[in-house]
Design a binder for this molecule. Structure first.
Ligand SMILES: NC(=O)c1ccc[n+]([C@@H]2O[C@H](COP(=O)([O-])OP(=O)(O)OC[C@H]3O[C@@H](n4cnc5c(N)ncnc54)[C@H](O)[C@@H]3O)[C@@H](O)[C@H]2O)c1
Length: 282
């Protein structure tokens, strides 16, 4: 999909961070942007920001873990805009920073309910409208660089597992929708400045218990300790939007914001290939 002007985009998790950055960039391209978030006030604020920059934004309240809420949001968007061309299934949570041994079952359930089933339910809700817009239709899911590799220094096991699932789901979706003229991309950002830890705690349903304080792995040779340490230098969320737009226009699958992470991905596949060699050496 190349011509974005006048077309309709939906961005879940659009009220903050990466979603807000994508929504603002799409608004600047002349798209009508439905900014959808469980925090409706944030969604409305970002929609107003788009309007203040001369674009068109709609603030929508939605909980991506609820099929009922998604159906209502879809109906509201289709009542206020003419179809849907671009879906950015971006809402996500980080429920636990700490070793797997400390992850609770509720941490897992909260993580998977938003990062995996939230994406699946969001796509299911908007796919009929996207099909009507094909071939001017595209889906961007938000996984993470943590959907392509893991690093024990960032102890976010449930999050990593959820993002690997998102990448696998998106690969299948791309292959299955290609024949219908609907493009699919998976956004895999490295560290981006956002409110992820704060909103994950705020939005966490009571049924999943309280969010625990972050517990970072000790740096190699640092002699232990679990005090939070600042993450690597973060990219500005506003810088992610233009990268996503470029990838949509070129219909690229992996949308990569941190190309310098390439050696880490190479190391992962090298290790996998070595295991293939080992298996073949029987
Ligand atoms: N920040 C990073 O370093 C980073 C890196 C890789 C991937 N990501 C992914 O980017 C996406 C956006 O996160 P962010 O970092 O911008 O964080 P953020 O907290 O700034 O934005 C996430 C938004 O999603 C919304 N949200 C959460 N649960 C929701 C639900 N059930 N229904 C609807 N909206 C919901 C939140 O209210 C929030 O506005 C997530 O999928 C996250 O996993 C973030």
């Amino acid at each position: 999909m190349d011509d974005l002007k006048g077309r309709v985009a939906v961005v879940t998790g659009g009220g903050s961070g990466i979603g807000r950055g994508i929504a603002l960039a799409l608004g600047a391209e002349g798209m009508i942007v439905a900014v959808a978030d469980i925090q409706r006030a944030s969604a409305e604020a970002v929609a107003a920001e788009i309007e203040s920059r001369g674009g068109r934004g709609l603030g929508i309240g939605v909980d991506v873990t609820s099929v009922v809420s998604l159906a209502a949001a879809t109906k509201e968007i289709l009542a206020r805009a003419d179809g849907v061309n671009l879906l950015c299934a971006n809402a996500g949570v980080l429920a636990r920073i700490g070793p797997l041994a400390n992850h609770t079952i509720e941490d897992w359930e909260y993580t998977l309910s938003v990062n995996v089933m939230g994406v699946v339910k969001t796509v299911a809700a908007f796919l009929p409208a996207l099909r009507q817009s094909a071939p001017d239709a595209h889906i961007v899911t938000t996984a993470s660089l943590g959907g392509l590799l893991s690093d024990v220094r960032a102890p976010i096991g449930a999050y990593i597992a959820s993002k690997y699932a998102c990448v696998g789901y998106s690969e299948m979706l791309r292959a299955e929708l290609e024949g219908e003229g609907i493009g699919v991309s998976v956004l895999c950002p490295g560290v981006v400045a956002s409110n992820l830890m704060g909103t994950s705690a705020e939005n966490r349903p009571d049924a999943f218990g309280e969010q625990a304080a972050p517990q970072f792995a000790p740096a190699a040779g640092a002699g232990g300790g679990s005090a939070p340490s600042p993450p690597a230098k973060a990219m500005a969320a506003e810088d992610v939007g233009p990268i996503v737009i470029r990838a949509i226009r070129a219909n690229r699958f992996h949308v990569l914001t941190h190309p310098r992470a390439r050696p880490l991905v190479e190391a992962r596949f090298e290790a996998m290939l070595e295991d293939f060699e080992f298996a073949a050496s029987r």
